[in-house]
Design a protein around this ligand. Structure first.
Ligand code: PLP
Length: 379
């Protein structure tokens, strides 16, 4: 069914629920056929109005902070994992009320918090984040294995045996990667950290596994995980993707406010902002897909899209359309559910986009709208 674009408030992050379920079904298959556990990385996707659906499929959530841990505990349930480059002493007591699994980024952090952790939660699981010194990620911003990385302990910096109480290893080195990158990661883990594998109970292989992308080789992923499990039958394996859960599950629907001519370039100004609402477009950078548009084609009406802030760089590249655009036209950016809502700002005082869900039964559920208080309360 064609989405009734004109009926939504603008701009809006619009979740397409059927697409989310489609992804979750694939993740269910991976969990069942590989015999592993998958939890949602909240840093990538925290739209908790969808959690009643997501939690039917995934084992829990993983947090990068106190607030994410609380959200995961209160709104998701199941297992609550947490990892932080460094925990804060003044937050740790509260954190203990939410999370069951704690991944430590250094031995010094583990030694600092372990007594408190096991005294308050004798059932808690403690692990360390390792640096497998392998990544296929070409953008340094997303590569935890760059020289000088602060994320994870290198094998050479670990003693011969793990400190008492450590029951899992945690590795995160991928980003929108395929299953062959995971296969290589596992080889590195065995080569560098193999001496620890017989002594731990769980190996958390982090996020970055884009198993919901159409061309992802899910069967190879399942085979890779099964082969590894066959070698280490005592080990539980888990993945904690964010992007893969919300991959291509919804849109940022915006409206053309004006069209200006800048030395022959037609610039359409939208009621949203690239910098404030889809910052990865600038940070990564990448060019998002727009429905009904192509890359620039000679002879076709072509536009550059600019945001509503006064930041000169608040724009996204050029696109061609079949027909000229008019103020009031809707522009639909595709694949805008992950690393968008969790990263928005109110820069320039621009309002945050509404949030809504296009439900599986083709009805619209309005989740929330924002206003002046959201802007002011942060300042
Ligand atoms: C430790 C950790 N786990 C999981 C993820 C989720 O990764 P992705 O959204 O690429 O699957 C990230 C992302 O940065 C991460 O740092």
């Amino acid at each position: 069914m064609q989405l009734p674009l004109a009926s939504f408030p603008s701009p809006i992050f619009l979740m397409h629920e059927a697409r989310l379920r489609h992804n979750l079904e694939r993740m269910k298959k991976v969990q069942e056929e590989a015999g592993i556990k998958i939890v949602l990385a909240l840093k990538g996707f925290s739209m908790y109005s969808t959690f009643p659906l997501v939690k039917q499929y995934l084992a829990g959530s993983t947090a990068s902070s106190l607030h994410e841990a609380r959200l995961g505990f209160e709104e998701f349930g199941g297992e609550t994992h947490v990892y932080s480059p460094a925990y804060r002493e003044d937050e740790f007591d509260e954190l203990l009320t939410y999370a069951g699994h704690y991944s430590f980024n250094s031995l010094s952090q583990y030694l600092k918090f372990k007594d408190k952790l096991f005294a308050a939660r004798p059932d808690a699981k403690a692990g360390i984040r390792i640096n497998p010194e392998y990544s296929t990620v070409s953008v340094d911003l997303y590569n935890p294995c760059i020289p000088g990385s602060r994320l994870g302990i290198r094998a050479e910096d670990l003693p011969e045996t793990l400190p008492e109480g450590i029951s899992f290893l945690h590795s995160h080195n991928l980003c929108e990667s395929d299953s062959f990158a995971l296969e290589q990661t596992l080889e590195n883990i065995e080569r560098l950290f193999g001496r620890f594998l017989p002594h731990i109970k769980l190996l958390n292989l982090g996020g970055g596994h884009l198993m919901t992308r159409d061309d992802y080789d899910v069967d190879h992923l399942i085979r890779t995980l099964r082969n590894f499990k066959a070698k280490y039958p005592h080990l539980e394996l888990m993945l904690e993707p964010g992007s893969a859960v919300a991959w291509q599950t919804g849109y940022l629907v915006s409206t053309v406010l004006d069209i200006v001519n800048s030395k022959g370039i037609q610039v359409a100004i939208l009621d949203c902002s690239v910098s404030a609402h889809m910052p990865d477009v600038i940070e990564m950078p990448y060019k998002p897909k727009i429905h009904g548009a192509t890359d620039p084609m000679p002879g076709k009406p072509t536009y550059r899209f600019g945001g509503q802030t006064c930041l000169a760089g608040d724009f996204v590249g050029d696109y061609s359309f079949e027909k000229p655009l008019q103020p009031g036209d809707k522009i639909v950016f595709d694949d805008m559910m992950h690393y968008t809502m969790v990263k928005t700002t109110t820069f320039n005082g621009i309002n945050l986009p509404h949030i809504g869900i296009w439900k599986e039964n083709d009805s619209y559920e309005h989740v929330k709208s924002f206003g002046y208080h959201d802007f002011k309360s942060r300042l």
